[in-house]
Design a protein around this ligand. Structure first.
Ligand code: PSU
Ligand code: MN
Length: 305
């Protein structure tokens, strides 16, 4: 393994033994949720993965190396420090060269997870095609990275801060299977509905594991996007969120918030606007994804044996 990729001993042992491992991103900790709930959530997500039989591997860049598998102190540092860089794919060599702390997005986490040989990755929501992208060209590197790195990304779908229809089109162009678990409609993060049909549907994790096995054993590289709808009792009504998103987008435009700042700005604005209701939903769906991801990693490890 490259000396710039540092895998923790317990994650390394699990991988060597063919045991289930689940990768976790860190931008959600540093730039997606406020302190102290970000740290509490990151630790609870790790515990949920363990409780369901898999080894958690939170990924970040610290002290000049890509770290796979963090301790509670590392997580607290990412949750609290003000100088944590948001690291997408392009930023990986920069933060390493400067020895800066970096929280990895879906794109960067997925690449580092694939380097380590991890096949399941849990997050909340992925980046995608932003509304108005026909003018701004703001399309997350999460999408292009998913066409390259082979792991299943478990998410609650795509937030409607993005253009969901265009994001699904881009995923098709990139050859990424988009599978919704147990329903026909693609979910939209806070809601199990989005108004968009899911391109694919599977009803069991055994089938998802078989799809993964078929894809990669045929040499079809790249990710699978698994959409895991938020549990109904934790949903935030679509109208409530839509109003908040419209306001947040208008404010971002007025303040000329662009590029990598846009997604964190919108997330924070929506959390504030909903008086924490959206944050509660966000935490609930990430924990739900952690459980599903751990179960999927167990099924996939069973198939690969
Ligand atoms: N969408 C969410 N929550 C998040 C993110 C996106 O609903 O926390 C984070 C993820 O880390 C994702 C990143 O990879 O934002 C995408 O940022 P950008 O749009 O700048 O590529
Ligand atoms: Mn962007």
């Amino acid at each position: 393994m490259n000396p710039l990729v540092d895998i923790s001993p317990e994650v390394r042992e699990a991988l060597a033994a063919g045991k289930p491992v689940v990768a976790l991103e860190s931008t959600i900790i540093s730039h997606g949720m406020p302190w102290p709930r970000n740290a509490e959530t990151a630790l609870a997500v790790e515990q949920t993965v363990r409780d369901h039989g898999a080894m958690p591997a939170t990924i970040a860049i610290l002290d000049g190396t890509c770290r796979v598998g963090l301790g509670p102190k590392d997580i607290e540092r990412l949750a609290q420090a003000k100088d944590v860089w948001k690291v997408s794919l392009r930023d990986i060599p920069y933060v390493i060269a400067r020895g800066m702390p970096g929280a990895t997005t879906v794109a960067a986490t997925l690449r580092i997870a694939a380097m380590a040989g991890i096949r399941v990755f849990v997050t909340g929501g992925i980046g995608g095609v932003h509304r108005g992208a026909e003018k701004t060209m703001d399309i997350s590197a999460d999408l292009t990275e998913m066409s390259k790195s082979s792991a299943t990304v478990v998410s609650a779908g795509v937030k409607s801060i993005l253009d969901i229809g265009l994001t699904l089109e881009a995923l098709e162009t990139l050859g990424i299977p988009v599978v919704t678990l147990g329903q026909d409609e693609f979910p939209s993060f806070y809601s199990s509905r989005s108004g968009h049909q899911s391109p694919l549907r599977l009803d069991s994790l055994d089938e998802v594991a078989r799809l993964m096995h078929a894809k990669w054993s045929l040499g079809l590289e790249g990710a699978v996007l698994l959409a895991n709808p938020i549990p109904p009792e934790r949903e935030v009504p679509m109208d409530t969120i839509e109003t908040l998103i419209t306001e947040a987008l208008r404010e971002a435009d007025d303040q000329k918030i662009r590029g990598k700042e846009l997604t964190p700005f919108l997330l924070a604005r929506i959390a504030r606007g909903s008086d924490g209701e959206s944050l509660d939903a966000n935490i609930a769906l990430v924990l739900h994804n952690a459980k599903t991801g751990a179960q999927l990693a167990c099924r996939y490890a069973g198939l690969s044996k």
